[in-house]
Design a protein around this ligand. Structure first.
Ligand SMILES: *Cc1c(COP(=O)(O)O)cnc(C)c1O
Length: 376
C-alpha cells in the first residue's frame, strides 16, 4: 500500500441501502441506481457487483462510463444521461455505433440528436434504444415542453430508433418546499399523456430525494444516486429511511510536537494557540479532496475523540490539536471521515461545515491519492 489515505468502502452498507430503496418502491417499480462519477467517488469496481445484484439497470452520465461498465462485464440495461452526440468531430459516429452495438440506451434531448442516432442505427441495420428527456423546469438538459410533440413525431418516424423511455429530472426534490416538485411531476404526467407514445414506455423522474419522499413520483422506475451510497440529500428524508454511509476514510498521524502558547500555525497563521498545546500532522489535504473550506472548522477523530483542525488545510497535510487526547503516538490511525452519520466528521456534517453538499465531498475523495479497500 503506497498511499497514505485509505477509504474503506462497505458493500454491506450499499446492500442495506439498496434493500431499503427496494422496499420503498415495491416490486413493480424498476430500480436503476446511478453510478456516475465512479459511483459518486466511491469506486465503481468495488461496488459494481453489489449494486448489480439489486439493480434492474444502471444509469451513468456519460457514454464512456457506459462502455466501462460493459468492459467490466455488466450486461444489464444501461441508460446514459448524455448521448454520444455530445462527442464532437469524427469520433461521434464511431462512438454512437459502439454504444448501439453494446445495447446501451442513450438519452435524446432534441430532433438533431434523434436524427444523428437514427442515421447511425440505419447504417448498422439495427434499432437504437433511446429515452427522451423532457425539461419540466430544471432548466438544464431535456427538450422544452413545447417541443415534445415534434420530437416524438420525428422519433416515431425513425426506423432506426426504439423509444423505450421518457423522463425528466427534479430541480428541488430535496427542498423543504414541495410545490416545485409537485408542479414538475404534474407537468411531466400531463405532457406524457398528450404525447403519441406506446404503452410500454418507461416513465421516470425520481432521484434519491423523490424516491424517499414522494412515492407518487416513483412511476415505472427510479434513479437514486446518493442514497445508494448511504447519504441523505435533505433533512426531510433522513427521518424516513435509515441509510448507512458506505465510506470511512482514515490516515496515520505522521508527526507530533508540543508547541507553546502564542504559537500560530498553517498558511496565513490563521490559528494561534492560547495555551501550551500538542499538535499532530496528518498527510491529508485538498490535493486529496479534503475541502480547504474546512480549515479551522472541522474535526477528525482519534481514539474515539474529536480532534479539531487548526489553521488552514494545505494541499497535502493538515494540523490537528491533540492537547486533550492523551497517549497518541506517530502512526496512530486518524478517522478523517466517519461512516457514522451522527459524528461531526460524517460526510453530511463535513459538507454542511464546508458550505457544500455530500455529493461534492464524496466525489472529491475519488482521486488517485486515496487507496480504496473493500470493507465488510
Ligand atoms: C445524478 C442524477 C440522478 C441521481 O440523483 P441523486 O440526487 O444522487 O439521487 C438522477 N437523475 C439524473 C438525471 C441525474 O443526473
Amino acid at each position: 500500500m503506497d498511499k497514505y489515505i485509505t477509504a474503506t468502502i462497505s458493500g454491506a452498507a450499499v446492500r442495506h441501502n439498496l434493500a431499503l430503496l427496494r422496499e420503498q418502491i415495491g416490486n413493480k417499480v424498476k430500480l436503476y441506481p446511478v453510478v456516475k462519477a465512479d459511483c459518486y467517488g466511491h469506486g465503481l469496481e468495488l461496488l459494481l457487483d453489489v449494486i448489480a445484484e439489486f439493480a434492474d439497470g444502471l444509469c451513468v452520465a456519460n457514454p464512456a462510463m457506459a462502455m466501462r461498465l460493459r468492459r467490466l462485464g455488466y450486461n444489464g440495461s444501461i441508460l446514459t444521461f448524455f448521448s454520444a452526440c455530445s462527442y464532437m468531430g469524427n469520433k461521434q459516429k464511431l462512438f454512437i455505433a459502439e454504444l448501439i452495438s453494446a445495447d446501451i440506451t442513450q438519452t435524446v434531448v432534441d430532433v438533431q440528436e434523434a436524427d444523428t442516432i437514427n442515421k447511425v442505427a440505419l447504417e448498422l441495420g439495427v434499432e437504437a434504444k433511446i429515452h427522451l428527456k423532457i425539461d419540466t423546469g430544471m432548466g438544464r438538459s431535456g427538450c422544452l415542453i413545447s417541443d415534445v410533440v415534434g420530437v416524438i413525431d420525428v422519433i416515431n418516424k425513425s426506423n432506426g430508433l426504439e423509444l423505450t423511455g421518457v423522463y425528466s429530472h427534479f430541480s428541488s426534490a430535496d427542498e423543504v418546499e414541495i410545490s416545485v416538485t409537485e408542479k414538475q411531476l404534474s407537468l411531466f404526467k400531463e405532457t406524457v399523456a398528450k404525447s403519441d407514445i406506446g404503452n410500454d414506455i418507461m416513465l421516470h423522474i425520481a432521484n434519491s430525494a423523490a424516491t424517499i419522499r414522494f412515492p407518487a413520483a416513483h412511476l415505472d422506475m427510479v434513479r437514486p444516486g446518493l442514497a445508494v451510497y448511504g447519504y441523505h440529500t435533505c433533512v426531510e428524508s433522513e427521518k424516513l429511511l435509515p441509510l448507512k454511509p458506505c465510506m470511512r476514510v482514515t490516515a496515520p498521524i505522521i508527526q507530533i510536537k508540543d508547541v507553546s502558547a502564542g504559537t500560530s500555525c498553517g498558511y496565513g497563521l490563521t490559528f494561534t494557540f492560547n495555551k501550551d498545546s500538542r499538535i499532530g500532522r496528518i498527510p491529508v489535504g485538498y490535493g486529496d479532496g479534503y475541502p480547504r473550506r474546512l480549515s479551522n472548522k472541522a474535526i477528525v477523530r482519534i481514539k474515539g475523540k474529536d480532534a479539531p483542525l487548526r489553521g488552514r488545510v494545505s494541499m497535502d497535510q493538515l494540523i490537528i490539536d491533540l492537547t486533550d487526547i492523551p497517549d497518541v503516538i506517530v502512526g496512530d490511525e486518524v478517522e478523517i471521515i466517519s461512516d457514522d452519520r451522527l459524528k461531526l466528521n460524517s460526510v453530511e456534517n463535513l459538507a454542511r461545515l464546508a458550505g457544500t453538499i455530500s455529493y461534492e465531498v464524496t466525489c472529491c475523495f475519488g482521486g488517485k491519492r486515496v487507496e480504496r479497500v473493500v470493507g465488510d
